[in-house]
Design a protein around this ligand. Sequence first.
Ligand code: DGT
Ligand code: CA
Ligand code: CA
Ligand code: ZN
Length: 572
Amino acid sequence: MSANAKVAEVLYEIGEILNIKGDRFRTRAFNMAAQRVTALTEDIRDISRRGELEEIPSVGKSIAAIIEEVLETGGSSQLEELRESLPRGVRELMELEGVGPKKAMRFQRELEVASIDDLEAAIKAGKLRGLKGFGEKTEANLLRSIEEHRMMQGRFLLGAVLPVIDDIVEYMAGSDSVLEVEVAGSARRSKETVGDLDLLVASKDSERVVEHFVSMPPIIRVLSQGSTKSTVVLEKNLQVDLRVIQPQEYGAALQYFTGSKEHNVKLRTIAVKMGYKLNEYGLFDRDSDARVAGETEEEIYRALGMSPIPPELRENRGEIEAAMVDGLPKLVTLDEIRGDLHVHTKWSDGIGTIEEMASGAMEQGWEYMAICDHTKSLTIANGLDEDRLIEQMDEIDGVNRELEGFTVLKGVECDIKSNGSLDLPDFVLSDLDFVIASVHSAFRMSEEEMTERVITAMHNPHVSAIGHPTGRLIQRRSPISIKMDRLFEAAADQEVMMEINAFPDRLDLDDVNCRTAMERGITMSIGTDAHAPNQLDFMAMGVSVARRGWLEPRNVVNTLSLEKMRSVLKRS
Ligand code: DGT
Ligand code: CA
Ligand code: CA
Ligand code: ZN
């Protein structure tokens, strides 16, 4: 983890505990400081060395002192004290979705539960019903949260492990003995969460590679060390399995350890039918044991009569059948993306100016970007009313006059109110290039009402796309209850796009929904939802979701040139 991420984590945790204690003012201060630190593009250690920590907005003297301590010692004594002051079990209970500090405290006090297991037992014994304000519905919700928590425990967001993977690969490539190095498994398939990392190295000197591996700086514990294999644990209990492979077997190992298991099982069945044997060492003739393929993945797939299958598709969802008839999609790539269609600025809750976000987007090599700040109902995010939005449009005109070869589009992320109406009047929306409509409040309504609500919004002729359509936050909040098939039907009918929100804990639509939407003829827009210039990098994750959803460039509106996109956006 980078120093910046470490500092932000400590600040967030302090904020969280202060919140439990009801200190809302300081909670907010710590959260804001953490946000600023997360968004820094510079290494915070450099800022600290120059003695300029207090120049970071929202960072005052006392927070600066905490940051210094974290940078020096890796920890914070203030955080330790706060942690110890918390009732036992409260922190664990708060890991459950739908359980905030207040509820956790009540469970602890009134049910005398000190762990998630205790809570489950208490619910099953009917004790929750004795508490004021808790009914059968809460019971069912809590049991579901507990189940989800168990399922997700020990899994990591793809976005959180990608930087770790880069560091590991760079470190391993630094050894002369390493010929090839790659992370296989779910991370290579770009699954939204990963359980552990499966590191593969091609080498003729495996012992030296293992030695190099176990000396990697961020290792906390070495669980095992053999002559060709090793397992280590990094921060937060992230486990890394290393396997060192002979060069002529590297492709076979890569294929095997990339998975998924379901994909491999199917592939092996097909190999057997063709008179072969397929395992992590290669593809062999069953009778003579002669090696047919194994050095590269491609030769294995070709020998089995298939076109090579991109890792993101390997889930046994029809990709093998498609590969046998040369029918795989030509998946969209990051290079084909020409702009970002969901960016926030200082005007609402972002921290960059329009210019800063635009120059970040230009560094990505893009041609355009749509500024889509929040609207007035979202007061906590400093949402824009019609007057401020009109002012912002003027500023965008000014910025565009200064820029060459890049265009800032005028957009908004407009709240969908409970009744399906939009947060801003049509006369303003009609002046914009791109209108995202999103649900940000009143999440708990019936499935029928929620479906009607979003469909009503789609019937507004100015709406271009529905933002983060299911509202889920991975590991934190379930999707809203909504009938996806009716949503897609209306989207196709109204020619409204569906967003793939690329923010690491959203990834919404997800892969499966993307594919269904694409099959219904719906176009997707990928938006990073960046609140700072460095978050524009999230585009890569949005593209991963699109690829896992079988999308081609033509299914993704932001592969279009500015000119073509403008003509698509001019509906009605
Ligand atoms: P994860 O770590 O839970 O996010 O998911 P994966 O897919 O990375 O799974 P992991 O780490 O258990 O194993 C890596 C790959 O190794 C897996 O995708 C396929 C392969 N593999 C592991 N165990 C088996 C197995 O029993 N049979 C087959 N066919 N493949 C396996
Ligand atoms: Ca894995
Ligand atoms: Ca593994
Ligand atoms: Zn939003």
